[in-house]
Design a protein around this ligand. Structure first.
Ligand code: IPE
Ligand code: IPE
Ligand code: MG
Length: 249
């Protein structure tokens, strides 16, 4: 289902009002598979194709930061076979996409407890992160073993250590300092958060960072999410009035 009746073209978008950072909760792979009597892993495979489409579209449109929620800290509680399949899929994705990321000047970054990933997955990530480290046009942030509460706990631990060593005075702890100690330290807050598959929840994603983010939930399952629907959401985003608690003058 499209969020707007006619899907806009890239030219219909206002370059002045482009979100600098789009974050996406890619949800619904399992339901997409179940509807087709396929197994969940086949849903994730199809979902990986949508990742490719949306990364391409984001680069074409001129979005500077795209953050994709690929695996949450809670997702470790899924059956081992599904977790392993997701990690293998990630490794395949990195292998098949690395040339395109390089050619399109896209930098890869990860946010989350990547130390919990297997050596093979970490090596595959490190390889592509290294290959793309000087790319400037867009950064693709993959949230892997990411949980916002764990990120906040880690930030508190980092700041507490600095207080103990005397590097930071508690009175100097500001919103900026907190922001800097999150995984997303140097990344601007998302302007736009999209969740597919219709669930009206945040599922432990970027809790601090989305304080003033515009939220869109679409019933479309992630494997069915298209470039056209993405453009439609961007068009609708550009029509929103972002007041940041102030009043229009
Ligand atoms: C999103 O799809 C992918 C991950 C969370 C890894 P789901 O696997 O959550 O699919 P549903 O929500 O069960 O349909
Ligand atoms: C959120 O989806 C996490 C990712 C998209 C990686 P989930 O399917 O894990 O979240 P819930 O269970 O619907 O909250
Ligand atoms: Mg889900």
């Amino acid at each position: 289902m499209n969020s707007s009746p006619v899907s806009p073209l890239v030219q219909d978008l206002d370059p002045e009002k482009m979100p600098a950072h789009v974050a996406i909760i890619m949800d619904g792979n399992g339901r997409w598979a179940r509807q087709r009597l396929l197994n969940r892993v086949q849903g994730h495979e199809k979902g990986a194709e949508t990742v490719r489409t949306i990364v391409r579209a984001s680069r074409e449109i001129g979005i500077s930061h795209l953050t994709l929620y690929a695996f949450s800290t809670e997702n470790w509680q899924r059956p081992k076979i599904e977790v392993q399949a997701l990690m293998k899929l990630l490794e395949h994705f990195l292998e098949s996409e690395q040339d395109e990321l390089v050619e399109n000047d896209i930098r890869l970054n990860t946010i989350g407890e990547t130390e919990r990933l297997t050596t093979g997955t970490r090596e595959a990530l490190a390889r592509v992160i290294h290959l793309t480290e000087n790319n400037k046009s867009m950064t693709l942030h993959l949230a892997l073993s990411y949980g916002s509460r764990s990120e906040i706990v880690r930030m508190v631990q980092l700041l507490a250590q600095k207080v103990r060593s005397g590097e930071v005075d508690p009175r100097d702890i500001t919103e900026d300092l907190v922001t800097q100690h999150l995984y997303t330290g140097k990344i601007p807050d998302p302007d736009l958060l999209i969740r597919t598959s219709g669930e009206m929840r945040i599922s432990n994603f970027l809790l601090w960072q989305i304080a003033y983010t515009e939220i869109f939930v679409t019933p479309t399952l992630w494997p069915d999410f298209s470039r056209e629907e993405f453009l439609g959401i961007l068009k609708e985003y550009q029509q929103r009035d972002r007041r940041f608690g102030k009043i229009d003058v």
